[in-house]
Design a binder for this molecule. Structure first.
Ligand SMILES: [Zn+2]
Length: 156
């Protein structure tokens, strides 16, 4: 898997890193993998420096580092759906195997699994949402990329 080896910049120097990103990739190109890795880290998919969220799940209207508009995102319940899909498919076999193998008190098993997989869900949800928003940004969905045709000025 290719890694983003560019140095990390704080918000003070982020516009430079954004400019570097623009120079590395032409305006019309938005690398999907890089954007989704940045989104997974809950960072702006465009520059990777600014935080994409202002709260646990609240997406900022724009990146505080590079100013990229993030309000076009329409993640809606997609991240929650994907989180349930993943965690459910992990929990079901763990429930089955642990109950058959260890024959625990059902109440103890339910308590442990609720805590473990509830925690996993809460950990995954904002990361999946960040990747979801990054996917929409990279694919120019829902207004991402509007008013910035390929080859147009980058600092508009
Ligand atoms: Zn940014």
């Amino acid at each position: 898997m290719p890694r983003d080896d560019r140095p990390r910049h704080g918000p003070a120097t982020a516009p430079d890193s954004h400019a570097e990103a623009k120079a590395e990739h032409p305006e019309h190109e938005r690398p999907l993998g890089q954007a989704m890795r940045r989104g997974w880290r809950r960072r702006c998919p465009s520059c990777g420096a600014g935080p994409a969220f202002s709260g646990y799940l609240k997406v900022r209207p724009a990146c505080p580092a590079c100013g990229e508009d993030l309000h076009h995102q329409r993640a809606d319940d997609g991240p929650a759906y994907l989180t349930i899909l993943l965690v459910g498919h992990l929990m079901a076999p763990v429930l089955h195997v642990s109950f058959v193998a260890f024959e625990p008190d059902p109440l103890i098993l339910a308590t442990i699994l609720c805590l473990a997989f509830g925690g996993l869900s809460l950990w995954l949800l904002p990361r999946i949402k960040g990747a979801f928003v990054a996917l929409q940004w990279a694919k120019r969905m829902h207004g991402f990329g509007e008013g910035r045709p390929a080859g147009a000025g980058v600092d508009g």
